[in-house]
Design a protein around this ligand. Structure first.
Ligand code: GCO
Length: 261
């Protein structure tokens, strides 16, 4: 089982102060990795670091904006100087705004593309340069059902997540020969603060997801731990450019009418 052992590894998780980012970080921590948590909100960071430490995990926090090219370069250098070489990068930080295309502000569209697609590009560029020098590294981009499917009101988010799938494949193409594995995880519908508006009892979308997902439930953030550990570990040394969908089977099926079991 030491194929999945991350002892001695250092993992940087963007947007690691809550939700899916925190769950995946905890998974890597439980597998032995030292955690480097990126966030933008001091209060959320304090709470998160407290939670990591109370879970017995070694975690250090860095507040910076992944869309700011200079900051990203500066903090990647600072982290490598203060903590050590970054072995694993999870590009998880993302935002969403649910507005029909015809009513969406172009500035909002651009902001979502910036955080959800350009952010992973910027972080991967600066961490990737170090990994290329060291001829080793793991990068995991957090994609989405929206990397494959359209849905009302999430055009900017879906455009970014579709782009992130292709950025993943292009990074794998360019960096595979440097022993860098770049893959994606595509979470289905998970219980997080981001999806809370959708999961309100009585909201038809809630029932729709439960009926549309073969597993018959929303995902629990901890359901992502295994995929994150696999793609961060030796077990995936010959896996490159893949998107691992963790969605309870949602993408595998057309769904079924209410009169069928
Ligand atoms: C939405 C949700 C989704 C999920 C997730 C699904 O509005 O449809 O927020 O985007 O967060 O990305 O894979």
């Amino acid at each position: 089982m030491n194929l999945f052992d991350l002892s001695g590894r250092r993992a940087l998780i963007t947007g690691g102060t809550h939700g899916l980012g925190m769950a995946m970080a905890k998974g890597l921590g439980l597998a032995g990795a030292e955690l480097i948590i990126n966030g933008t909100t001091p209060e959320k960071m304090d709470n998160a670091l407290h939670e990591y430490k109370s879970s017995g995990l070694k975690a250090t926090g860095y507040l910076f904006d992944v869309t700011n090219d200079d900051d990203a370069k500066l903090y990647v250098d600072k982290i490598e100087k203060e903590i050590g070489p970054i072995d694993i990068l999870i590009n998880n930080a993302a935002i969403i705004k649910r507005v029909p295309i015809a009513e969406m502000d172009t500035a909002d569209f651009r902001k979502i593309i910036d955080v959800d697609l350009v952010g992973p590009f910027i972080m991967s560029k600066y961490v990737g340069r170090k990994m290329i020098e060291r001829k080793a590294g793991k990068i995991i981009n957090i994609c989405s059902m929206m990397s494959e499917l359209g849905r009302n009101t999430v055009s900017a988010y879906a455009s970014a997540k579709g782009g992130l799938k292709m950025l993943t494949r292009n990074m794998a193409t360019e960096w595979g020969r440097h022993n860098i594995q770049v893959n994606g995880i595509g979470p289905g519908y998970f219980t997080t603060s981001q999806t809370a508006p959708l999961q309100v009892p009585g909201n038809p979308f809630n029932e729709f997801i439960i009926s549309r997902t073969p597993a018959g439930r929303w995902g629990d953030p901890e359901d992502l731990m295994g995929a994150a550990i696999f793609l961060a570990s030796k077990a995936s040394d010959f896996v490159n450019g893949q998107i691992l969908y963790v969605d309870g089977g949602l993408l595998a099926t057309i769904g079924k009418p209410s009169n069928e079991n």
